[in-house]
Design a protein around this ligand. Structure first.
Ligand code: ADP
Length: 404
């Protein structure tokens, strides 16, 4: 008979072996305890929720993210039945389905859940897979699962971005299609009518040219937006005198303002230090030029003849500000929040008529933010609007270098 192994020892040797055994056991228990703690720590650090139940539907584990996302009771859910602990019926059903219907290793059930959190509705995606013993052989895999585990992700932000992207492409396609259709219509009419009278032909050609210019403006604005939404490191930052730049822009639009009967003036108001570089900001000149031009051309475009547009560049201890103020049509209070959105227009027909793309202010906002600043608007219907780009600067910037 083979020698009995394990617990049957006697004498001094037996005592030594028993104490060695006890030590090994203790060591193993503490290792297992440590592994369990490590595992809990890892699960607790996951950005995804993990919820595990056994084959009787009893909750074995819910990490903090699962507790938060699913709104579980941190105290009582462990050890409760999943129908008691988990408020989302469809997730409970998915967990059961996976446990009941497992046939292959690849079983995976996905459910989308809409849950109410304190900050509003969240969309969650739960992927449920069977839970199996660690040492199962391949042959065992067809057997029923020992439980199920759900991995839950919050996809609210992802869905919002997808929706915004779809909306953006829908808008871009629509905006591109309008001038393309107009250009094609004008040119086809000319081609189809070789006997067309010269003044009529000139009108059609003029319309095609105007729409081509709009197409060009739109594509340029889209490229600018793509550049600004890309890597901020792409911007070429260098010291830039904002007052000098505003002066150049005023000079370049003066004739078109006069043609519309609008007076345009520029004021530069020194800061408390009155230093030479009061208006200097480290900024990307091209981006800043485009932002200010957008504000100035809007101010002119949305003004009536006989009114005045004023640009003010001013410096305080904390900020360098550029204020573009008009006496035009103003913006309704309920639209103020939305005018910086891409393609949002208060009056789409008027915007198109003046050659607007609907993304000018979106570019302004991106440029301000890319330089650590902001843009604010105050407006009164029928009285006018004031758009202020504001960049933080420190007092030392007036005597040394400034930052963007
Ligand atoms: P658009 O190309 O249509 O001017 P913007 O993004 O520059 O696009 O402006 C968005 C909308 O905000 C405009 O369509 C217009 O309704 C409104 N808006 C912008 N600037 C002014 C302004 N100075 N006065 C009145 N409305 C303005």
């Amino acid at each position: 008979m083979p020698e009995a192994r394990g617990w049957f020892w006697s004498g001094r040797d037996g005592e030594r072996r028993a104490s060695e055994h006890a030590w090994t056991l203790e060591h193993r228990i503490s290792m297992l305890e440590r592994e369990r703690k490590d595992l809990r720590r890892i699960l607790a650090a996951l950005g995804e929720g993990v919820l595990a139940v056994d084959s009787a539907g009893i909750v074995l584990h819910a990490n903090p993210t699962a507790i938060e996302l699913l709104g579980l009771d941190a105290e009582s859910s462990l050890g409760s039945h999943l129908y008691v602990a988990v408020p989302q019926q469809s997730l409970c059903e998915a967990l059961e389905e996976v446990m009941r219907g497992v046939e292959t290793r690849d079983t995976l059930v996905t459910r989308e859940l809409v849950v109410q959190h304190a900050d509003g509705e969240h969309v969650l995606v739960a992927q449920v897979t069977p839970l199996r013993g660690a040492n199962r052989s391949r042959a065992d895999i067809d057997m029923a699962a020992e439980g199920a585990v759900a991995v839950v992700r919050d996809v609210t932000e992802l869905r919002r971005l997808e929706l915004a992207r779809q909306e953006f492409f829908g808008n871009v396609s629509h905006e591109l299609k309008t001038p393309i259709t107009a250009i094609r219509g004008s040119l086809e009419t000319i081609v189809d009518d070789p006997d067309m009278q010269e003044p009529v032909r000139a009108r059609f050609l003029d319309s095609a040219v105007r729409h081509a210019a709009r197409l060009n403006a739109l594509v340029n604005d889209l490229l600018a937006l793509a550049r600004l939404e890309g890597d901020p490191g792409e911007l070429h930052r260098a010291p830039l005198d904002l007052a000098a730049l505003a002066g150049e822009i005023v000079y370049s639009v003066e004739s078109s303002a006069v043609a519309r009967g609008v007076t345009i003036v520029l004021n530069a108001i020194d800061g408390p230090a009155g230093a030479d570089n009061d208006f200097v900001l480290v900024a990307d000149e091209e981006a800043m030029r485009q932002a200010i031009s957008n504000l100035v051309s809007n101010a002119i475009a949305y003004s009536e003849a006989g009114s005045r547009v004023e640009l003010q560049v001013r410096r305080s201890d904390a900020f360098l500000e550029l204020d573009v103020r008009d006496q035009g049509c103003g913006i309704p209070a309920d639209a103020i929040e939305r005018i910086f959105e891409r393609f949002y227009r208060v009056d789409a027909a008027r915007s198109r008529e003046i050659g607007g793309t609907g993304i000018g202010l979106s570019i302004v906002k991106h440029v301000a933010q890319a330089h650590g600043g902001s843009v604010d608007v105050t407006s009164e219907l029928g009285m006018g609007s004031s758009f202020i780009m504001r960049f933080p600067v420190s007092r030392s910037d007036a005597t040394g270098t400034s930052h963007g």
